[in-house]
Design a binder for this molecule. Structure first.
Ligand code: SF4
Length: 293
């Protein structure tokens, strides 16, 4: 168990007119954000810059990962008006690049794939030229369901490994290491830019981190995020250690040497943190703009 939070994890406090405008827009459109549901420490910074990560398919997840603060249970009925409201919110936030995620919906026949596809298409229709990055669950390894989402053509496909192979069972429970590699590889085999992320400080060993990064590179994952695990409540997985900013920098160098195109690595990094800048560095925005032009 780690000691008190170190000073490098102190994040900006939520405040200011842009922050309030984002909050009002989310509330008015009856939307969910992973920023709020997961108690992300970057809300102050991201929302003050006018960005938020919208979470579709409700705010109740059918899985019960031990690191995650999103409510687990039986989700409410599907909201077929959600794709249009998400597209509208992206327009109102004047985003050039949006990140959409969802809870896992193992209760639905297609894992929520058709709502995913409708959301991507609605955003594209209402916001031509905006980059669309999606962060999805694994669709339980059903290629037909994942293909429904991919056929709607997001610009970046993100699926997080979350942790190393040995810790998948205790931490992610339902999802598996091989299943996540399969998910990313399937998107890659269809020509998508792929992205994944890892949390550190949850009990992994150095050699296991290196192995995970190597496994991700073997399937040509392009963009990588690495951040510190933070325990949302006492009931969640305890923090094993505080990873220093210097160690994050070392992993960044290691990952770049392996050949990742863009690596964001630091204590407060989350999948969607500075996502627009990452996609620009990878050259995604330019290709979206020329496709639409
Ligand atoms: S890092 Fe992502 S989840 Fe966290 S506040 Fe920013 S946009 Fe939201």
């Amino acid at each position: 168990m780690a000691d008190r939070k170190p000073k490098w994890l102190r994040a900006k406090l939520p405040a200011g007119p842009t922050y309030n405008a984002v909050r009002e827009m989310v509330d008015k459109n009856e939307l969910n954000t992973v920023c709020h549901s997961a108690q992300c420490p970057n809300m102050g910074e991201c929302w003050s810059r006018g960005t938020a990560t919208l979470m579709i398919l409700g705010n109740v997840c059918t899985r019960s990962c031990t690191f995650c603060n999103i409510q687990t249970g039986r989700p409410a009925e599907l909201d077929f008006g959600e794709p249009a409201r998400v597209a509208d919110a992206v327009a109102k936030m004047k985003l050039r690049h949006c990140v959409i995620t969802s809870v896992a919906r193992d209760d639905l026949e297609d894992g929520g794939a058709s709502i995913w596809a409708a959301t991507i298409r609605a955003i594209r229709y209402r916001n031509p030229g905006v980059g669309i990055e999606i962060l999805t669950a694994d669709f339980r390894g059903v290629a037909d369901h994942l293909d429904i989402v991919l056929n709607a053509k997001p610009d970046i496909f993100n699926h997080n490994m979350e942790t190393v192979e040995r810790l998948q069972r205790p931490i992610r429970r339902t999802a598996t290491y091989k299943g996540s590699l399969w998910t990313l590889n399937h998107a890659k085999s269809r020509g998508f830019t792929t992205k994944s992320g890892l949390m550190l400080g949850i009990g992994e060993r150095e050699s296991e981190i290196a192995q995970t990064l190597e496994d991700l590179r073997k399937i040509d994952v392009n963009i990588l995020t690495i951040g510190q695990y933070l325990q949302p409540t006492q009931k969640h997985e305890p923090i094993d250690r505080w990873v220093t900013p210097e160690e994050f920098e070392e992993w960044k160098e290691f990952a770049l040497d392996l050949g990742f195109g863009v690596v964001e690595s630091g204590p407060l990094v989350r999948s969607s943190y500075h996502a627009e800048e990452q996609s620009e560095r990878f050259g995604i925005e330019e290709s979206v703009a020329s496709e639409v032009a």
